[in-house]
Design a protein around this ligand. Structure first.
Ligand code: ADP
Length: 162
C-alpha cells in the first residue's frame, strides 16, 4: 500500500527550506499532504488561502503532492487521511524542544501515528518564514530564500523588497 505522510505547518510563507523537505520526503514516502494549519496561534502575514495558493504554485502539478488546509487537531486530520506519519523539519537545537514536546503529545494521544524528523539541508539551516518576512519588510534581498511566486507576493506588500 502507498505510504502517505502529512507535512503540517504554518507556511507563512513557504520557503525554499520547506520545498527542500518536501522534495526529499518524496524519496521516502509515496505521497505527501502539505497541510496548512488554520488554527495556529501565530499571527500570520498571509491568509490560509494565500498560503495554500503559494504552496500550490511553488510545488506545481505533482500527483504525489496534495496541499490542503488542516482544521482542528492534527492527529484527527492525519488519521482521517488514512496516514500514520507526520513529517517535521529540524534546523537548530532551538527547534528541538518544541518539536520534541509536540511529537510526544501526539504520540501519547495516538500510538499509531509517528512523527518523522528530517534534518534541514546545510544551505537552508538558517532559513525560516520569519527571517523571510522580516528581511522582505525591510527591503532585503530574499530571492534565494523563496520561490518566485512568494517573492512577488512579498513585493506586493513591500515594494522595496529585492
Ligand atoms: P510551524 O508554525 O508549524 O512551525 P512552519 O511553517 O514554520 O510551521 O514550519 C513547518 C515545518 O517545517 C516545521 O517542522 C519546521 O521546523 C520546518 N522547517 C521550516 N523551515 C525549515 C528549513 N529551512 N529547513 C528544514 N525544516 C524547516
Amino acid at each position: 500500500m502507498d505510504t502517505i505522510a502529512v507535512y503540517p505547518g504554518s507556511f507563512d510563507p513557504v520557503t525554499n527550506g520547506h520545498i527542500d523537505i518536501i522534495c526529499r520526503g518524496l524519496k521516502v514516502f509515496d505521497n505527501i499532504i502539505v497541510g496548512v494549519a488554520r488554527n495556529s496561534a501565530k499571527k500570520t502575514m498571509f491568509s490560509v488561502d494565500e498560503r495554500i495558493e503559494m504552496l500550490r504554485e511553488s510545488l506545481g502539478d505533482n500527483p504525489r503532492i496534495r496541499v490542503d488546509v488542516i482544521d482542528g487537531l492534527l492527529i484527527d486530520y492525519v488519521r482521517n487521511q488514512g496516514s500514520n506519519i507526520i513529517i517535521r523539519g529540524l534546523r537548530a537545537v532551538s527547534d528541538f524542544e518544541y518539536e520534541f514536546q509536540l511529537a510526544q503529545v501526539n504520540h501519547t494521544v495516538e500510538k499509531n501515528i509517528e512523527t518523522m524528523f528530517m534534518m534541514t539541508s546545510v544551505r537552508y539551516g538558517y532559513l525560516s518564514s520569519s527571517v523571510v518576512k522580516e528581511m522582505g519588510s525591510l527591503g532585503g534581498d530574499i530571492k534565494d530564500f523563496v520561490p518566485e511566486c512568494v517573492l512577488q507576493r512579498i513585493r506586493e506588500k513591500y515594494p522595496l523588497t529585492k
